[in-house]
Design a protein around this ligand. Sequence first.
Ligand code: DON
Length: 313
Amino acid sequence: MTTADWQRLETSLPAWVSECRGYTAQGKVASYIPELSKAPKDALGITIMSSDGRSVSAGDSELAFTMQSISKVFTLILALMDNGEEAVFRKVGMEPTGDNFNSMLKLELVQPGIPFNPLINAGAITISSLIKGNGSAEKSARILQFFKRLSGNASLAYDSDVYLSESDTGDLNRSMAYLLKDHGVLEGKVDDVLDVYFRHCSIRGTCADLARMALVLANNGSDPLTGEILIPRRYVQIAKTFMTTCGMYNASGEFAIQVGLPAKSGVSGGILALLPGRYGIGVIGPALNAKGNSCAGVRLLETISQEMDWSMF
Ligand code: DON
């Protein structure tokens, strides 16, 4: 990006956040995990980091939130690094579903009864079972350590209130995990696998943490500051492809058309997005639209991408 482009971004970002904040009124904060309902409905914030070390933030970018489904991108990558591509794709597919993220419909309807992709809940729970480690505590510790390295934030931690809230109320995920166990997809104890899953969904961060993690993906797996390879390039390619085809759930096609960047959303209202080779982006806006994506967050990314001509397509 030229200096003039970056200056335009820095100058315009606060105004774009103000314009899009109004869309928070059209959404609802998730409440099926009761603790999430405490998030401020009208919040909207963003951080954008560039591969040359520049960073710009606007709005409520300091608000801490749990990563929820955004974490699934990085547990997928860790499972690929632990097991290789062939072993992972024996257990999960590569296709979007058209169903809700927490649906089990196709596990019954479509043989061989494996999750369609690693970003729906059934797929991410399966991925949790593939993380190497001696018991759920070690697996969770490895995931948290991996997230700390990618975000460059050694104090990244779980939100234990959100973790307990989801663990107490996660009966749908629990039933899905038992079905997967019965289909021979899940190995190990169902409760242990779910513990790993609920814990990684409850890792808390800010827009800056998401932006930095996204920047590693934008840089094909290298640490943007040190050049150290944190993720093999092939696994970044796989992750970016899933983000493009299923990262925004049943709005992934519309998001690809309107924004044109690989992205992943979570029910806490976070969105991680990236422009390959150039930017890592973290967004928070807890009010969700009917598709489960941040209402104002999606609008903000549409505005920025269209104004700055960032679509990859
Ligand atoms: O399993 C769940 O329902 C949550 N821990 C994560 C779901 C989520 O973020 C889906 N996102 N849009």
